[in-house]
Design a protein around this ligand. Sequence first.
Ligand code: GLP
Length: 236
Amino acid sequence: MARAVALRITKLVAAKPAAVLGLPTGRTPVRLYAHLRSLFAAGKIDFSRVTTFNLDEFYGLPSDHPASYRSFMEEHLFKHVNLNWRRIHFLNGMDSSPERECRRYEAAIARVGGIDLQILGIGTNGHIGFNEPAPALQSDTHLARLKPETRRSNAMLFDGRVSAVPREALSMGVGTILRARAVVLMANGSRKADAVKATVEGPVTTRMPASLLQLHRNVELILEKAAAPKLHARMR
Ligand code: GLP
């Protein structure tokens, strides 16, 4: 799964060296970033003109905090490849005005002409980025409140302490995600099987945020078998 997504990114960057990537954090993309590091070390991908926008960041956490998504990205990708730091974009979880910071992010995405390829993971409850299941969702980048299950899944970044996980985060909205020209959602492990089924075969509902991807015309799900057993559709 990780290799397939890494190759997809490599092909895009070969065809469009100044590609704009939307990047996720979490356990799912760890091996994707390992593949990208190896492809870079082998001279198979050049990030020098690539622009990146990360999906989300905890609110109230400095970017250099060891548990921040920014630190995660530094560790797994940024410090190992030739991305130009001026083209790395992150939400600032310490901005005193989240609304202003979210507007800045949307404007920065628009300024570079939008995201070419948005890579996503998925929460066990079907969240994408930090768009949690709810009766209504915000379309643009916004301040999001995290569900207890999401704080639990992120506890590994805080030495397993759920109470240390911030209660809020800044996140691209589903509209931001749907404006990307192409979307790839990755899912592995049987914990994700129900969310994957609902994403693909369930109704389009804000109670399963990933199901909104059904409204996009260029979405690919790259799944590990363990995440896919409930699907009627056959995997390629
Ligand atoms: C976090 C992130 C999501 C990610 C999800 C799944 O809450 N905000 O972007 O997709 O968790 O994480 P994991 O890949 O660790 O299962």
